[in-house]
Design a protein around this ligand. Structure first.
Ligand code: G3H
Ligand code: 13P
Ligand code: ZN
Length: 321
């Protein structure tokens, strides 16, 4: 079975009111864990590859691993470039057959972000690839500088609804990553853990009112950073800070119902893998067969992915809609 196009996965997810898990892949065990969980739960899935993953594993290894996953499974699988930082990197991935790419020029001023995104869109669309772009900054709620609820500020870090409409119209991007208090990593919030979900609703409504229909939004930084994983890591010799904090799953569910069609998760996979590896090596200090710790790590990631797709994203059971 070939890859399934991101466009097709998005349109089915929007219709079915579920979110697609976009899980980061860096090696074979992560890929197997994601695919096995999605295959068993009959969930469509997006595999995403960052520039760092390409540097770590080599693009050819990743491509061949994904080919193996596709040939050994029956579920729809799309492949996406995560946080492409240049036209050249996006072009490389489009030429390699990725079904979607993200161009992340969100650090640039609005007009420059539009210009770079538009260039990627023009190339991508010629080769049947779709493009995600980002407007706003993923700084996390602790740096929101009073933005929450002030949905109409245009100069802050969070995505402004009217600017989002203008950005999509001018750049032609196919999906938009929003900044609503979300951020990457294991330390997302100081104090209350929450997203600016009111702003998300306003962004969705503004796009709808502007005639863009049920336009796909993307939520980056969607790991929930489970306390029990951080505690397990520390119990077995890790030194994570006590202030790890992720997005509450209840907020992800609201984001899903509000139209976040693609939900990005990487940190939680890393935590699960690390917790399992640490436990095995702590309890069996004489062990040196990597299969003895990578196997349990793969199982733990698989359980985590199963939980996400069934209980949070609700894409389980939708593979063959
Ligand atoms: O958003 C970043 C993703 O978690 C990928 O991280 O650039 O370390 O591969 P990475
Ligand atoms: P997390 O760090 O919350 O897993 O976010 C991952 C992400 O957004 C990848 O683009
Ligand atoms: Zn991201």
């Amino acid at each position: 079975m070939p890859l399934t196009h991101t466009r097709e996965l998005f349109s089915k997810a929007l219709k079915g009111k579920y979110a697609l898990g976009a899980f980061n892949v860096n090696n074979m065990e992560l890929l197997q864990a994601i695919i096995e969980a999605c295959e068993e739960e009959k969930a469509p899935v997006m595999l995403q590859i960052s520039k760092g993953a390409r540097q770590y594993a080599n693009p050819v290894y990743l491509k061949k691993l994904i080919e193996a996953a596709v040939s050994l499974s029956t579920i729809p699988i799309a492949v996406h470039l995560d946080h492409g930082d240049s036209f050249e990197l996006c072009k490389e991935c489009i030429d390699e057959g990725f079904t979607s790419v993200m161009i992340d020029a969100s650090h640039e001023p609005f007009e420059k972000n539009v210009e770079i995104t538009k260039k990627v869109v023009e190339y991508a669309h010629k080769y049947n690839c779709v493009v995600e772009s980002e407007l706003g900054h993923l700084v996390g709620a602790q740096f929101d500088e009073g933005e929450e609820g002030g949905a109409h500020s245009v100069s802050g870090h969070y995505t402004n609804p009217e600017e989002a409409v203008k950005f999509v119209q001018e750049s032609g991007c196919d999906s938009l990553a929003v900044a609503i208090g979300n951020s990457h990593g294991a330390y997302k919030f100081k104090g209350e853990q929450h997203l600016d979900l009111e702003r998300l609703k306003l962004i969705k409504k503004a796009l709808m009112d502007a005639g863009m229909g049920d336009y796909p939004l993307v939520l980056h930084g969607a790991s929930s950073v489970p306390k029990e994983l951080a505690e397990e890591i520390n119990k077995y010799g890790g030194k994570l800070g006590l202030d790890t904090a992720g997005v509450p799953e209840a907020d992800i569910e609201v984001a899903r119902r509000t139209g976040c069609t693609k939900v990005n998760i990487d940190t939680d996979l890393r935590l699960a893998m690390t917790a399992a590896i640490r436990k095995v090596l702590w309890e069996n200090p004489k062990e040196f067969d990597p299969r003895k710790f990578l196997g349990p790590a793969r199982n733990k990631v698989k359980d985590l992915v199963r939980h996400k797709i069934k209980d949070v994203l609700c894409c389980a059971g939708h593979a063959f809609d």
